[in-house]
Ligand binder design. Structure first.
Ligand SMILES: *Cc1c(COP(=O)(O)O)cnc(C)c1O
Length: 382
C-alpha cells in the first residue's frame, strides 16, 4: 500500500504526458516556453482570478507574494505555527518577523480570536498574546495575515478578512495544500489579495519536480510578480528595476501539469469520496479518533487525511498498529514552528500556543489519494 499513489494516475495520462513532453523537446524553449502561459491561463480560469504567475516552488510563490507587497524588516506577518516550515521561512528570509497565532481545535486552521488578541497585543502591548521577541523589544508594524489552508481545508476567511481589513493587514493565502478546494463556491488561492500554491509531487495538483504559482486580481501586482520571478526584470531582460529572484517554473513541469490538470476535477471528487468513506468508517467504529472537522460550505482538497488520537500514547499505538499491518502513515507536524530551533530567536516557550502543541502530540495522517479503494480503506480502519 502507498501513502500517495502517483503510478495509477500516470498510467491514465502516460500517452498525453509523452506527447506534451515530446512537444517541449521539439520546440526547445526550456525556459519560459509556451506551456507556462497555457498553464497560467488554465489555472487562473479554474481558480477564478484574472492573473496567475507560475514560479519555481510553493516557497518561491510565498516569497514572491511577500516581496511584491514590500514586506521586510520591522514588519509583522501573522501566521499559524501548525504548518510546513516554508510558510514562516519565507517571512524570515525577507527579514520580517513571523507573529504566530494559535489554531482552532477542530479544523487546525488559524483561530480568529487568537488573531484578534495578537493584533491587540501588537498595538497596545500587554500579556494578552505571546508575542515574539522583536515585537516585545522594538515594536513591529503588522502588515500581512498569512493564512494556511491546512491539509486542504480553507481557513475561516469570513471571520479573518474583516479583522485584517480593520487593522490594515493584507491577506495572503498559503494554498500550497488546498489547490482545488472550495470556500462557499470560491476556489482556494482566490481568497486573499494574493494566493500561493505548490506543485510539489505530493500536493493535490503535483508535478514531477518543483513548481508553484501565485494568483491575484490586480494587474499591477501580477506585473510585479512577473518581474520579480526573473531577477526584477523591467521592459526587457537587460533592464532590471528591482531586486528579484530566479524563480521561474520549468517548461517541462508546466507540460506535466497540463497533462495532470486534465484529470484534476475528477480527482478532487475521488479524494472527497475517499475522505467521506474514512469519515463513515471511523464514525461507525466508535473509536476515540477525531478526523479533521468538516465545515459546511467548504470542500477540502484533501492533501492529507489527518486524525487526532485521544493522547500521545494513543497515537503511538495507532502508528505501531498501522506499521505492523503494512499501512504507511505520517505525522504532520510533530513540532509546531514556534518550538523549532530555527525560530528559537523569537523566544517562544512550550505553552505559548497550546492548541497547536496539543495537535502536534496527537495527530497522524493516513494514506490519501484519488485511487484509494474502499477495500484498502476498510482494512486501514480495521
Ligand atoms: C508544501 C508547502 C509549502 C512549500 O511548497 P514547496 O513547493 O515545497 O516549496 C508551503 N506551505 C505549505 C503549507 C506547504 O504544505
Amino acid at each position: 500500500m502507498q501513502f500517495i499513489d502517483l503510478a495509477t494516475q500516470q498510467k491514465r495520462i502516460r500517452e498525453d504526458l509523452e506527447k506534451r513532453l515530446g512537444a517541449v523537446l521539439d520546440h526547445g524553449r526550456y525556459i519560459m516556453g509556451p506551456e507556462i502561459e497555457e498553464l497560467e491561463a488554465k489555472l487562473a480560469a479554474f481558480t477564478g482570478v484574472p492573473h496567475a504567475v507560475g514560479c519555481g516552488s510553493g516557497t518561491d510563490a510565498l516569497l514572491l507574494a511577500l516581496m511584491a507587497l514590500g514586506v521586510g524588516p520591522g514588519d509583522a506577518v501573522l501566521t499559524t505555527p501548525f504548518t510546513f516550515v516554508a510558510t514562516a521561512e519565507a517571512v524570515a528570509l525577507l527579514g520580517a518577523t513571523p507573529v504566530f497565532v494559535d489554531i482552532e481545535p477542530g479544523t487546525w486552521n488559524l483561530d480568529p480570536a487568537s488573531v484578534a488578541r495578537a493584533l491587540a497585543a501588537l498595538a497596545e502591548g500587554g500579556d494578552g498574546h505571546p508575542l515574539p521577541r522583536p515585537a516585545r523589544e522594538g515594536g513591529l508594524t503588522p502588515r500581512v495575515l498569512l493564512t494556511v489552508d491546512i491539509f486542504g481545508l480553507p481557513a475561516d476567511f469570513d471571520r479573518l478578512a474583516p479583522l485584517a481589513r480593520e487593522h490594515g493587514l493584507v491577506v495572503v493565502e498559503d494554498a500550497a495544500q488546498s489547490f482545488g478546494a472550495r470556500y462557499h463556491g470560491r476556489r482556494a488561492g482566490s481568497l486573499g489579495r494574493l494566493g500561493c500554491t505548490s506543485f510539489f509531487p505530493a500536493k493535490p495538483l503535483g508535478g514531477y519536480g518543483d513548481g508553484g504559482m501565485c494568483f491575484c486580481s490586480e494587474p499591477e501586482l501580477a506585473e510585479i510578480l512577473t518581474s520579480l520571478r526573473v531577477h526584477g526584470q523591467g521592459a526587457d531582460k537587460y533592464q532590471n528595476v528591482r531586486v528579484g529572484l530566479n524563480a521561474r517554473l520549468d517548461t517541462f513541469q508546466a507540460a506535466v501539469l497540463l497533462a495532470k490538470f486534465t484529470l484534476f476535477e475528477e480527482e478532487l471528487e475521488l479524494r472527497e469520496a475517499a475522505a467521506a468513506r474514512y469519515d463513515r468508517l471511523f464514525a461507525a467504529a466508535g473509536l476515540p479518533l477525531a478526523p479533521q472537522a468538516r465545515v459546511p460550505g467548504l470542500v477540502s482538497a484533501w492533501a492529507q487525511y489527518s486524525i487526532l488520537a485521544p493522547d500521545a500514547a494513543g497515537r503511538e499505538r495507532c502508528l505501531a498498529a498501522l506499521k505492523e499491518a503494512g499501512v504507511p502513515a505520517a505525522v504532520y507536524y510533530p513540532i509546531p514552528l514556534h518550538l523549532q530551533k530555527v525560530f528559537a530567536e523569537l523566544g517562544h516557550a512550550p505553552g505559548d500556543f497550546p492548541v497547536a502543541e496539543d495537535a502536534s502530540r496527537r495527530i497522524f495522517s493516513l494514506p490519501m489519494h484519488p485511487y484509494l479503494t474502499e477495500e484498502a480503506q476498510e482494512s486501514i480502519a480495521a
